[in-house]
Structures are given as C-alpha cells and as structure tokens.
Design a protein. Structure first.
Length: 273
C-alpha cells in the first residue's frame, strides 16, 4: 500500500467525523477534535447583522463536556489567559451568569479558520481543567473556608449589598475578590479570605491578597473603596501564628487592610456597617 493511499484513508476517516445539527438560528458543528475525557468538541455558528459569530455555546462554563467549570487555580488561569490571548478568543457573560467564548468573522471565507481556532481552544481548556494543580487537602481547605465565610456574611448582610467571588471590574475580569460589600453604589469594601492547608499555601494566600489590594489601588475604583478586609482562617492547618505573623503584619501595614480572625468573625458585623 502506498503512503499516498494511507493519507487518503486518513483524510476520508477524518472528514467523515464532521457532523452538523441545526439549533434554532445557530448551526452546531460537531468537530473531530476530542478532549482528554473523551468528548467531541462542538462550535456554534450564527449570524448577527453582517457578522458571523462562532461560539462555544456556553458549554465550557456549563459543564456539558463533563469538565471542571469553576477552576480558580492560578496555574489553570494562566493557561486559560494564554490561549485566549494567543487565539484572540473573546468572552461575554449572559444574564444568567453563563460565560460564552467566541470569535467573529466578517467574511465567510474566514469561518473555517475561526472554527479551527475555537475548537482548538475548547479542546485544550476542557482538557486542562481536569488537571488538579493543588493538593486535595488544599482544595478541600479552601472550599470549606469559603463556604463557611460566605454563609456567615450572608447571615447578616442584605443580598443586594454583597457580591461573592466577584471581579472588581466585570468587563476586564482581572481582579477577583472573595466578596465585595456595597454600602452604596459608590462606596464599597473589598474582602479577601486567607487560608491554606500548609504554611506555604497559607503564605501564598497572604501574598495573593496583598497583590490584589495593591492592584485595586491602581484602578479607577480606588476612590470608591472605603475599606479592605482580610478574613483569616484560624482553623486551617497552615495557620501557624509564629511563622506567618510578619506576613500578616506586612499585609496590614502595606495595604491598610483590616485583619479579622475567624475566631473573632463577629467583628465583621461592625466593620461592614
């Protein structure tokens, strides 16, 4: 058998894997590209005015690929932003909170390239989202404290005055805080949770809070921020006072953050007033 015949067989087999489905005004293109959890990638093409919009249909964020939909690990986010930047992928959040990744084309001749780029993006991001960059103990420690802290805040704050796990600027999506408390539309307080299953993770959590506060001071929102509050997880295994005291002191003195220990969490009710 000639190698040319082998190539023709490969091409025929690959081509036969492409399928389409009409979904309202959109055409779903089921591609031959697969994720590491054995899901074929779909992209959706629709027309808006004179433009063609190619999207993921909200499937990455919606967990349609049986993937991890809320991976906040720093290593994963670096990979996500790298692919978005390299391929020019845009994103938009719908009213129900679903994130859609998309590309645009003004000429139909550009659609195949946009489909290829978006399919490659989906394939990589879905696959990488399955990787755990943090230890199991660390993920459990963070999830447990975030849940406890969120429930405590919600127990005494009106729902319309607090936003949890929220970007300071929703359009730029650069600075995400555990909570934003709004005294008024032009007066807010930044809240960060500090925790960690080990001394190293705990210290990193402090460094992250320090960086977020510093970067917030470099935005147009600075004039609206009346307070920065750091909630310290005193129940975490990584909370070793004699080892992290100088880090916490630097955070307090350098950023002006008010420090609240979880063991004294009731102080939050006075601060957030």
């Amino acid at each position: 058998m000639s190698l040319e015949k082998v190539f023709q067989d490969i091409k025929y087999s690959f081509d036969s894997l492409w399928q389409t489905k009409q979904r309202g005004n959109s055409l779903e293109i089921i591609t031959p590209y697969g994720t590491t959890n054995n899901q074929f990638v779909s992209v959706f093409v629709t027309m808006q005015g004179s433009e063609f919009i190619i999207t993921d249909g909200g499937w990455i964020n919606g967990g349609v690929y049986d993937n991890v939909t809320q991976n906040e690990e720093a290593s994963f986010l670096k990979i996500l932003y790298h692919f978005q930047s390299s391929l020019g992928i845009k994103e938009i959040v719908s009213a129900d909170g679903t994130t859609y990744y998309y590309l645009k084309a003004t000429n139909s001749i550009d659609i195949p390239l946009r489909v290829f780029d978006l399919a490659s993006f989906i394939q990589n991001i879905v696959s990488v989202s399955e990787i755990s960059f943090e230890s199991k103990a660390e993920k459990e420690t963070k999830a447990r404290f975030i849940s406890k802290a969120n429930e405590f805040l919600k127990s005494f704050i009106q729902a319309d005055k607090i936003k949890l796990n929220c970007f300071l600027n929703p359009e730029k999506k650069e600075l995400k805080f555990n909570a934003l408390y709004y005294n008024s539309p032009t007066n807010l307080k930044l809240i960060n949770y500090i925790t960690g299953s080990s001394l190293s993770y705990f210290a990193n959590s402090i460094f992250k809070a320090n960086t977020l506060y510093e970067m917030a001071d470099d935005t147009v929102y600075k004039e609206y921020v009346s307070d920065k509050v750091s909630l310290i997880d005193t129940t975490a295994s990584g909370y070793i006072p004699e080892k992290i005291a100088h880090y916490l002191s630097h955070l307090e003195n350098h950023t002006g953050s008010k420090m609240v220990n979880w063991s004294e969490k009731e102080k939050l009710q006075t601060i957030l007033n």
